[in-house]
Design a protein around this ligand. Sequence first.
Ligand code: PGA
Length: 250
Amino acid sequence: MNILETDDYEAMSRQAANILFAQVVLHPESVLGLATGSTPLGIYRRLAELYQQGDVDFSRIRSVNLDEYCGLGPNDPQSYHRFMEENLFRLINIPEENTSLPDGMAVDTDAECARYDRRIQELGGIDLQLLGIGNTGHIGFNEPGCNFEMSTHRVVLAPETRRANARFFQNPDEVPCYAITMGIKNIMSARKILLAVNGKGKAEVLAKALFGPVTPQVPASILQLHPDVTVVADRDALSRLPVGSRAVIE
Ligand code: PGA
């Protein structure tokens, strides 16, 4: 595991964007696994800038997102479909048909999960998966106690996750209780993983994830067993790591 420390959120965003940028430049037909939330916003802004400067072409890239809330359609302002559209897809030249997210409106969620797994397989798997980490230690919406063997499935969101995500909704009761998420199995099958983390609020859970026991109680801890993980995190997020475990970027 490679841990890159940056000064702040802005530097984390640029560094993580550089890694995605390099992937796209070197392998323009890559399958990117994408994430939502506050963490990747700066990364997507930077990728959009690089595109607008003419430095990168996304026209042959395919993307699969980690998750979507159940009950929210693609046009719902709180849906992850809409998040991706507004914060990345409409700012770059990825064709719409190259992008995939789980369908939160699917009536038969089991069938939808199976479809999503097939989609990932048909694409040949994920070349580079971008992840954030939740306060609970979740990756995607794989919450504490999750089964490491699961592929895409429906989950009940942890109360802490619903509270954390309430900031995006007008009323906390509007935060959906369920989501469809890629499972740990999908995530661990990605050829490379890029974990972006910022802020003191994530310091403790990040230390547990990277240096604590590998346990379903801290879902991100499974990443210790992945052969190609890069963590890009700001100083605050790395403030609880054991001494000597950091590589500093100047
Ligand atoms: P955040 O969420 O980036 O909004 O903190 C991360 C996550 O829940 O994975």
